[in-house]
Ligand binder design. Structure first.
Ligand code: PA5
Length: 450
């Protein structure tokens, strides 16, 4: 279903020496054992998700599909990126329809008033449902947009119509949104407390909108279950190989990981991966030292005409992980006679042949430039292979975190920003944070402009 080729990360082609790789053996074994112990813990962790019953989610999604043409997801970060990535991967590029058909999905993520107004003006409100997703229930971006939508729905359809069009996905017991859901009698689905935002795409967070859009979520979970079984294996463990190779790179000074699928429909998967890797691994260790493997989102072949120059000739601190997701159409460049003799070698070629040649060419160029490269290969982009890819990268991230000595599941840096913002907006318990932010903004400032 999926393979990972990391030959060219290791010497003689890549920057990781045999000694460095071998020296990581004991830490890798320990990380794998920690993963197995984690997967056996009581309660629901991300590792349990491929095995859970999803009938409730499917039933809720069926209700949405039967009544509505559009579903707007209101969420940000881990509460939107995974669903967005899988929707892009598993629906047709322009029409945004999945194989089974269903609601068209839209994502309201940012604190951008014009984007919110634009979307609400565009959609037929009577045929549109909304899924507010926030585990904490206090995220400014999400709750701000939610209150705008709530007001519009109440004005247009009254309380019953609002309730019929709004589904909440949040903590089953805690948080401000949970209290509101209970008070207002909204339909809701839980985010298991033991699953962090960026690891939550295989909970109702991702599965409800995806099922409403017609994605086969059981196939997604089947793929994830195959990746889970592999991540629990003591050998030939793809997630562990990915983690070990990238930890070896980081410790050799190759800190930046470019994630570069050669498929347009996986461009949002790059964004999802960037959040997963950055928020999980960019941390201060308990002893105060810092670690910062830095992910970079790219998409082939588009970034050959953009960031590739930097990857080839910039500092030797980057590695590129390609994703080769197989052919997705039989489209060919037609015969074009004498129209352009220097490009005659393109006539009759499939677009997949062009894609393959470009991928192989960039890989060869990077290896010649001394950059380490690796490739994840999927036979095709399907619900099953995407479930496997998602779970593989989540497991690899957790194992890399343990090998690097950081806690992969928290995000104290993100929390600080949220507290400053709540304080600046007047929340009394964060008044001290607001004062500190204001202190940075006062006094003599050096600015220029025109
Ligand atoms: O991975 C994470 O935990 C974060 O990116 C959160 O998903 C993000 O901050 C949104 O949080 P919430 O779901 O509480 O609104």
């Amino acid at each position: 279903m999926l393979s990972f080729d990391f030959t060219d990360l290791l010497a003689p082609h890549g920057p990781v020496s045999a000694d460095r790789y071998a020296a990581l053996g004991a830490r890798a074994t320990a990380a794998q054992q920690q993963f197995s112990a984690f997967a056996a813990e009581e309660g629901i962790r991300f590792t349990h998700l491929p095995l859970l019953d999803v009938s409730d989610i499917e039933a809720a999604a069926e209700g949405l599909r039967a009544e509505f043409d559009h579903l707007v997801v209101i969420g940000i970060g881990g509460s939107s990126l995974g669903g967005r990535a899988l929707y892009q991967a598993l629906s047709t590029p322009r029409g945004r329809k999945t194989e089974r058909g269903g609601c068209k999905l839209w994502f309201l993520e940012n604190v951008d008033g014009s984007d919110i107004e634009d979307l609400l003006d565009l959609l037929p409100l009577d045929r549109t449902a909304f899924n507010v997703i926030t585990k904490s229930g206090t995220t400014i971006e999400t709750m701000g947009s939610f209150f705008v939508v709530r007001e519009r729905l109440l004005a247009a359809f009254g309380e019953e119509g609002y309730r019929a069009r709004m589904v909440a996905t949040t903590d089953p017991a805690a948080g401000e949104l949970r209290k509101l859901v209970d008070r207002e009698g909204l339909t809701s689905l839980p985010v298991p407390p033991g699953v962090g935002g960026r690891f939550s795409v295989l909970t109702a967070v991702g599965l409800l909108p995806l099922a409403a859009a017609g994605v086969d979520i059981r196939a997604l979970l089947r793929g994830a279950a195959a990746a889970r079984a592999n991540a629990l294996a003591p050998s030939d463990n793809v997630a562990l190989d990915f983690a070990r190779a990238h930890v070896a790179l980081v410790e050799a000074g190759v800190t930046d990981l470019v994630f570069m699928p050669y498929a347009q429909v996986l461009s949002d998967t790059s964004l999802w991966f960037v959040q997963l890797w950055a928020e999980s691994l960019g941390k201060q260790r308990p002893n105060g030292s810092r670690v910062g493997p830095t992910p970079i989102a790219a998409v082939g072949a588009v970034d050959q005409h953009s960031q590739l120059q930097l990857f080839m000739e910039g500092p030797a601190n980057k590695t590129v992980c390609f994703v080769d997701a197989g052919p997705n159409s039989s489209l060919r460049v037609p015969a074009f006679g004498d129209a352009c003799p220097p490009l005659a070698h393109l006539a009759g070629r499939t677009f997949d042949e062009l894609r393959q040649a470009e991928l192989r060419g960039v890989r060869a160029g990077l290896i010649e430039a001394g950059r380490g490269v690796s490739t994840i290969t999927l036979p095709a982009v399907t619900a099953e292979t995407m479930g496997a890819l998602i779970f593989l990268l989540e497991s690899a991230t957790a194992m890399a975190g343990w090998m690097l000595g950081v806690e992969p599941f928290d995000q104290p840096g993100v929390e600080a920003g949220k507290r400053f913002a709540h304080g600046l907006l007047g929340q009394a318990s964060y008044a001290g944070w607001a004062e500190r932010a204001q202190a940075f903004e006062s006094g003599d400032r050096k600015t220029s402009g025109f």
